[in-house]
Design a protein around this ligand. Structure first.
Ligand code: ADP
Ligand code: MG
Length: 237
């Protein structure tokens, strides 16, 4: 079981940021929330995380009603576009952070951190500080840090948004490979249709707080459900 968003709405003042959204996300899948700026993607992700409470509707995580669970109870990992690593901690110490505060044993932490360094292909860079890494390497450390505590759900809000085109492209392919190894249910926010097409099992196309279409990249590309989807997806080049 994965994530179910059931009839969820969220208003800021009189503005409906998320408007009666229904989505089912299969366990272990990688799903993109795709839409233009202001379409409600980040708000929806924050609702799934428990950083916002819905006005109406429910969020189900792995079969449990999580609507009123705290962020901690939801066992979720996050990576945001400008995810600050701790500057005064090494890569190893950054990755270990969540394990340290959970009081895991030293031996367990050490083993897990080495495993994660390999997983994000940063073996050998464990003793560097964030300032000694490239932007792409930093985002991989952020991913390793969020994976360290074995979350049941991983939420990524434009994690590669601030990076240049070439690095983004590499990280995209890398994220897909990582997901094929780890299989954690992942929801990925992007406004870049090419990124969504290349990386995800399913795409949720959003417009003005509503879901326009949900489908595989091929379904959405071949059979856009509305004029909006057609114009937003456009030809992939
Ligand atoms: P996206 O991530 O797709 O760009 P957001 O979910 O960030 O969209 O925002 C959707 C809309 O909701 C935007 O118009 C934004 O200004 C508004 N919004 C988001 N968060 C708040 C907030 N905390 N207070 C007021 N308006 C907000
Ligand atoms: Mg956003």
């Amino acid at each position: 079981m994965g994530i179910i968003v059931e009839n969820v709405s969220k208003q800021f003042g009189s503005f409906k940021a998320v408007d009666e959204v229904n989505i089912q996300i299969e366990s272990g899948s990688l799903v993109a929330l795709l839409g233009p700026s202001g379409s409600g993607k980040s708000t929806l992700l924050r609702l799934i995380a428990g950083l916002e409470m819905p006005d109406t509707g429910k969020i189900w995580l792995t079969g449990k009603d999580a609507t009123y669970q705290s962020v901690q109870e939801r066992n979720i990992g996050f990576v945001f576009q400008h995810y600050a690593l701790f500057k005064h901690l090494t890569v190893r110490q950054n990755i270990a952070f969540g394990l340290d505060i959970r009081k895991a044993s030293k031996a367990k932490i050490k083993g897990r951190v080495e495993e994660l360094l390999e997983l994000v292909q940063l073996g050998g860079l464990g003793d560097r500080y964030p300032s000694q890494l490239s932007g792409g390497q930093r985002q991989r450390v952020a991913l390793a840090r969020s994976l360290a505590v074995e979350p049941q759900v991983l939420l990524l809000d434009e994690p590669f948004g601030a990076l240049d085109a070439k690095v983004r492209k590499d990280l995209r392919a890398w994220l897909r490979r990582l997901h094929d190894e780890v299989h954690v249910t992942t929801v990925f926010v992007t406004h870049d249709q090419e990124e969504a097409m290349e990386v995800s099992d399913k795409i949720v196309v959003m417009n003005k707080g509503k879901v326009e279409q949900i489908g595989t990249p091929a379904e959405i590309y071949d059979h856009p459900a509305s004029a909006f989807v057609m114009s937003f997806i456009g030809p992939v080049n």
